[in-house]
Design a protein around this ligand. Structure first.
Ligand code: HEC
Length: 82
């Protein structure tokens, strides 16, 4: 995941920084991660990322599909396929 490696790993894969480890981020809902990157604590660190890139990072970290953050806090219902 190039975005995580380039923009997040030097804090979130680095015990010296005190940022929550990648395993901790994985437990968040993807919408919460997008929200943190868009309006939350990580706004400055995510500067320049497009909404699509933020969703991609959130989906990568949580291994769940991400939404645009407008539904943060709620769990998006995945589309059901027959
Ligand atoms: C400069 C270091 C740094 C960078 C770069 C960084 N983070 Fe963080 N991140 C932190 C720290 C420190 C915290 C803990 C902040 C706190 O709890 O006050 C944190 C917290 C978070 C949280 C939890 C927010 C919450 O609401 O508790 C998420 C999600 C997150 N980071 C995702 C990311 C993602 C994704 C990236 C890459 C786009 C990123 N961070 C880049 C240092 C960083």
């Amino acid at each position: 995941m190039a975005i995580f490696a380039a923009r997040c790993a030097y804090c979130h894969d680095n015990p010296d920084v005190g940022a929550p480890a990648r395993e901790v981020l994985a437990a968040f809902e993807p919408g919460h991660i997008v929200e943190a990157l868009t309006t939350g604590k990580m706004v400055d660190n995510a500067a320049g990322l497009t909404p699509e890139q933020k969703q991609a990072v959130a989906a990568f970290l949580t291994a769940k599909p991400a939404t645009d953050g407008s539904a943060a806090g709620s769990t998006p219902t995945p589309p059901t396929k027959p």
